[in-house]
Design a protein around this ligand. Structure first.
Ligand SMILES: [Zn+2]
Ligand SMILES: [Zn+2]
Length: 224
């Protein structure tokens, strides 16, 4: 299973930075080291915002929170409610996968129970370290997937909803919904995006105009 990207948002001078997504199990110290190598003081990371809570994004959240015990946890309310109840269906996505992962990593049931400090709805405007991000609820890949959009610089962080090379997130896991994913892609297509920072694979600068709409159209026959 591939690790997910993590992004740090905010002006470095603000000392009010946000980490977007954690990553796969066991990657916590690698992520922390990468942040430090980038010259970022850990003490300036005030919160972790999850695009969604699949295992490849939340797997090392506990490892990271151990290093940043002051950091708040923010995510969409629908996945927050699951995590707070210790309901891990949204983390593993399917039962067979849960069994495999629990065996492989020696995980116990309830390993992904977290308290969430801020439950997002979509539609919020967040001031993150003197940079403004719009929260967009884009369900379909998971029920509580959110995108973060920085309008001034046309930067989109879509989680696993859309990637480079016209790929999109899978829509067969728990909480996924193909027709919701189609609607989410269509709503993202209305944004002007220059820089795409997806959950996996290549980061794209200079995203071609109409890229997301073209992607939505290509996938439309499968998203019913
Ligand atoms: Zn995912
Ligand atoms: Zn992912």
């Amino acid at each position: 299973m591939p690790d997910s990207h993590a992004y740090v948002l905010g002006k470095s001078t603000s000392e009010d930075l946000s980490l977007v997504d954690a990553g796969l199990l066991g990657k916590g110290s690698y992520k922390i080291q990468s942040i430090q190598k980038a010259g970022i003081e850990l003490s300036s990371i005030k919160r972790i915002i999850m695009t969604h809570t699949h295992l490849d994004h939340i797997g090392c959240l506990a490892e990271i929170l151990k290093q940043l015990p002051w950091a708040e946890l923010w995510m969409h309310h629908s996945e927050a409610d699951l995590l707070e109840q210790g309901d891990e269906r949204g983390v593993y996505g399917m039962d067979m996968f849960r069994v495999l992962c629990q065996l492989q990593f020696g995980l116990k049931a309830g390993a992904f129970k977290f308290q969430v400090n801020r439950k997002l709805q979509g539609g919020e405007t967040l001031d993150l370290g003197n940079t403004v991000w719009e929260v967009i609820h884009i369900p379909g890949h998971s029920m509580g997937s959110i995108g973060l959009y920085h309008r001034p610089m046309k930067i989109l962080i879509p989680g696993d909803v859309v990637y480079s090379d016209h790929a999109i997130g899978r829509f067969d896991l728990y909480g996924a919904d193909a027709s919701e994913l189609r609607k989410s892609l269509v709503s993202l297509a209305e944004l002007e995006v220059d820089i795409l920072l997806p959950g996996h694979n290549q980061i794209v600068e200079g995203l071609p105009k109409g890229y997301i709409l073209k992607t939505a159209r290509q996938w439309e026959p499968y998203l019913k």
